[in-house]
Structure formats: structure tokens, C-alpha cells
Design a protein around this ligand. Sequence first.
Ligand code: SF4
Length: 724
Amino acid sequence: MIETRKSFCRFCHAFCGIEANVDANNNQIVAIRGDRENPASGGYTCSKGRAELERLYHQERLLSSKKRVNGVFTEIGPQQALDEIAQKLREIIAQHGPRSVAIYVGCPGHRNSASGPKFLRKWLDAIGSPGYYSAFTVDSPSLSIARGRFWGGPMPLNYFDIANADVAMFIGTNPLVSHLFTVMPQSNPFKLLRDARQRGMKMIVVDPRRCEVAKQADLHLQLKPGEDATLLAAMLKLVIEQKLFNQDYVAAYASGLEELHDAVRDFDLDYAARRTEVPANLIEAAAVMFATAKRGGIQTGTGLAMARHQNLSTQLAMSLNGLCGRYDRRGGLTSHPTVLAPPLADPPEAIPLPLFPGPVSRIRGIKMINNPMGIQEMPSNTLTDEILTPSDGQIRALFVNGGNPALVFPDEAGTVQALKSLDLLVVNDLFMSATAKFAHYVLACKHPFERTDVAWLMDGSYSLPFMQYSPPLVKPAAGLFHEFEIFWDLARQIGIDLDIPGIGMDRKPTADEMLNGLFADARIPLGEIRKHPGGHVFGERDPKVNCILPHMICHPDKRMALGHPEVIEELLEVRAEPIIESGGYEVGEKFAYRMITYRIGDVYCTQGQNLPSVQRRSSYNPVLMNARDMEDLDVKDGELVQIGNDFGRVEGIARATRDLNQGVIGLAHGWGDPSDNRDVREKGTNVQALIPDDYRYDRVTGLALMSAVPVNVTAVARRFAGAD
Ligand code: SF4
């Protein structure tokens, strides 16, 4: 008997609603499609979502847990694995203390509400360890820093009201492919953008690559990678000096205009044009188009957040939004009432959450931050050195929960060395990932369609106050874990209590009980959300405006800080930097290229590369290169090139494109398993071999320079001929 059941996709953070045809007699999903009745996604799915059944029924899917003995993985029963891990954990804590235990949560780990960041932070708190690390500090910690400086604390203005915008500016983000929840549009981006464009909305895209969204833009500012701060400073100068900003709004809600103006005074158009390689008239046109539109907003993405001066660039984009009155206004950055968080007071009050809650890494003195979800986390770019560096607090036990550090952390060799050196490495995953290969235990987990969940990560970021609960669509194989069960059982065995309402240590909780406990103070009780298969809109559909400012600004003067002292200081540093014609950042640095990252639509970071449909299209991440650069190197499409810098060398497959300027190459992160000996054409190229963790890192967040990286490129045939 075929039944239709509703759920939501969790391949990425957009959580599109789906319908599944389930063969109930055989406990099998036979088809999935977008749920047309879902008010947030309207039936949309992308190629990744449509491939979810390949992931669920993949022949390499882990259906039992594994233990590594003498370098060989053998099957182990689930409780036996937990008993052995608990024993080892007890020994490690007794010998090295609670700080020696850490968890890394990757993107899939975030999309699991019962076992995700809220739960894992509580588990570590119970142990007494600050060691929560996540993918957030691998690519976007500048969001926390810039918001902390600008607003003084959390600010729930996450939703870009694009349906009412007259102008949208996307910087370093490609929403048609990335569907990121920090950037609108996300689910169904093609329709949202098309509708807005047909209504007359103008679109400006700032990106070194003529990416999918740039191809649709009115203005594409194809800047030199890593020069976002210069471009934004020049736009701010023009908007301030031509008095194009919203003077009433600034007078009411902003401070530091004079200081900001002083700091951008020397970023004139000619200077910015020389440095960014964007024509001056185009920078001017973009500034005027953005500032003179009645409604609109700027959204930034990882292209900016992984490059240098990321905190500054993020905040300058926010300052342009602030100057032009884009926050808490129709068509700008707005809010929806969250469903799973407690209701805001009326009028709303500031949430005093310190940006830096206290603990400091032993490595480079980088501080713990509160991320935008209010979770305290340590900087991921220090994790491998926290493992490798002896002294009090050295990490000896690491749990990797739905993540893949071996492919996404800088310094590939150092990461592998760190993973190999641990006393205990436990990886919870669906597959034997690049990281799992180094684990002592690999715990086989349920696919999202096999577990109970609620769409917490999208709370407040959907296009309306929507929330969806999903029971499992099918029963999992015996012995597969819902990840919270692993940590709950370990807590029980090592004798700690979890501070979660309704969760005791006498009986293993169900996923529903765990969700009830984690969201006990929700505005809408979970019991109510469960009554609506396919989800429900819990409030007015239009985003709220004119209600957050100035109440929720945490600065004592209740004003957004345009002239924050650290921003002013860094602006002056940027202005003092030399203009380098080629790929380097300093005089005398001999690099011909800057390497950027980009997203491949069929995969999400390190997920999806092993799916048959993806493999049929491409089994590697090509090195995108300008065709003229390839001609100069005498390299043809599909030939091998070597990319190198002072830190490392990798080989990749060149692919000609007209979408990049000369002197820029593109290489996607998340490919090239370091312990896979196959050819680069079969496994791809690991960018991280070119990225050190302790050079040109951000001094506040510790983030390595993950994009706009200076490199050289050579033809491999020439290298073998000795002409490197
Ligand atoms: S955008 Fe694609 S991968 Fe993301 S939730 Fe929707 S269907 Fe799934």
C-alpha cells in the first residue's frame, strides 16, 4: 500500500517541504517531491533534495557501527560501542580533565534539532568543557563579530523582505545555488527573484565570479577577490558625501557617522577602482542605485566572510544598510516572530548576550564567541592545534557530529595529524567519511527521513512564521542511532546530569521527549506544532516592521554603531595597504592569481559527492580558469594543472570559463579525501592543502584565509619538464 506522508528536506538549511510516497508494507520510500501546499517552499526542490533517496538507499550507507582495530574497521554492536566509548571517556576526563573533551558539529549536525547545537552545548556544559566547535566558525564567524559591534548584541532582523524590495544587493553570495538561510531568497529562490524582478526590483551583485545570480543582475561589480572592504568603503563615502542616506533614520537610530566619514574619506572612486578593478562609474552607479531606492537591502555571504577583512566588510555592508534605513523597514531586513523561541516582550527588549562569553583558546589567544543562535562556541580554526599542543587543556577526545574536518579545516596535513593523534575520535555519520577513516569508532546514524525532527534552524528565517514537525517517514534499520541517544547514554554512563527539562538519566528519552525539553519555552508548544502535518503558519504572514528599533539595540545609547572604534581602526589599516597588481597582498609577493571558492549546486559542502547522479555529472571539483589564462599556460580544458603557494601544492583539472577575470581561479571546498589514493579526476582536489591555519588568519575570530588566497598555477606537463 502506497501512502503519502509529509516531511521536510534536510540536505541543506532551507528545509523545503516534501511529500513522500511510502510503500508501507515494505517500509520503503519510493518517491519524493516538493510539497506544493507548503507555504514556505511552495513545492520547490533542488537537485540535492531530489537526490535524497539516493543518499537514503546508497549502497555505501553505514547500516552498522564500526570500531577500528589494528587499522581495520570491524562491526560492533551499538551498546558495546557506547560502553567502550564511555569507559575511554571516563579515563580521559580522569587523566586530563573535562577541557580535554570536545565536539565538532558540521552542517548536517545543525539540521538535527533533537541532537543539534542546543543539545550538544548542554552536554558539554554538563561535562564542564567549553569545547563546542562548529562549521559556523569555519566560514561565517564575522556575522557574530559584526553584529556584536554594530548592535551590541543579538538582533532578530534576519529576514530580507525581498517581496517588497526595490533594490537587492548580494555580496559574495549566490542565493540561486546556495539557498543559505542567512541570505534571502533561500527556498524557491528562482521564483522569489523572478517575481521581484518582474515587479521592477533592481539587483546589484558583487562577486569576483559571474555566478548564476550575477548573470541576472542589473549591475555586476566583478571585483578583485579580497577587496570587498575597499569597495564598500568607497560606496559609503559617496553615499555620505552626496547625502544620499536616510538622514531622519540615521538621526534617530545611528551613532558614529562622523567617525565613519572620516575613516572612509580617502577611499575615493579612482582609488577604489584601481584597487578593486571595478570601473569607478560602476561603483558610483551601484552606490546611487542602492541608496536612492526607496526600499531594499544588502545581504552578504561566505565569499566575503571567508576572505580577508571579513569582520570589517560584513560591518560595512551593515553600515550601508543602516545609513539607507534598511533595518526594521518594509522591503529591508525584517523579522518574523519565532515559533520555537520564547515570545519577545511587547515592546521588545534588548537581549544582553555578550559577544565574548569568557573562555579563550590556548591557541593564538582567540576567544570563544556567542554565535547568532546564542550558542557559545570555540573557534574551529584552533581545534587541530588544541589537539596537537601539549599542556593543560589539550583536547584528547573528539566527537564529530555530522561533519567532516578532514575536508573543511585548513592545513590538510595538520588536520590529519591531529585526528590521528587523538586518544578517542568518535564520528557519527551516514557514511565512512574522510574524517571517519581516522576514527576509533564510527557510529552509524539515522537518515533525516528515519528520525523525528522539527525545523528549528529555520525558525525566524522562513519567509513567514512557519514551523514544521516531522515524524520518521520510515523505520530505520535496527541499531542506527539518533545522535542524542549516543550522548545521553554516555552521560548516563559517566555519571552526569543533563540540564534539559523533563530529561532524566533513569530512562532513555524518546526524540519527542528530547524536543519537548529543548523547546520547553517555545512561543508555540510542540504539541500544537505536531497537530499540523506539513507545517503551519503561526502568526501574520507579512514580516514585522517598525517594531524592533531602537528597543532591541544593546548599546547603551540605543543606536547602531556606524563608527565602532575597531571598525575605524581596521578601515585605516586597509587604506594603508599597498595596491598590488597581481595575486599577492604585499610588495614582493610573487603570486599571479587569487583563488576563490564557489558552490557546486549538486553538493552541499562535503555532502553529496558520493551520490551516483552527482558522480555521473562530475566526480571532481574543477579548477575554474579564465580561458586566456589557460591559453597563456598552454593548458586545455580537462588537463591537469598544479596550484601552489608557500604552504602547499595540489593538482586539479582545469575548466575554462568566461565567468572569471584573468588572475582569478575558482576551486570549491569539500573535495579530495586525503586518504583516498585514487586519481584527482575521481576524488577531486582538497583546497585545504593550500591554506595554513596560522598565517593571515583573522585576529579576532581566528578564521584562516579561506578565500581570495594568493596562488600560482602551472601546467603539470611543464612542471614535469622542469619549468616550475
Ligand atoms: S534547497 Fe534543495 S537541498 Fe535545500 S532543503 Fe530545499 S530541496 Fe533540500
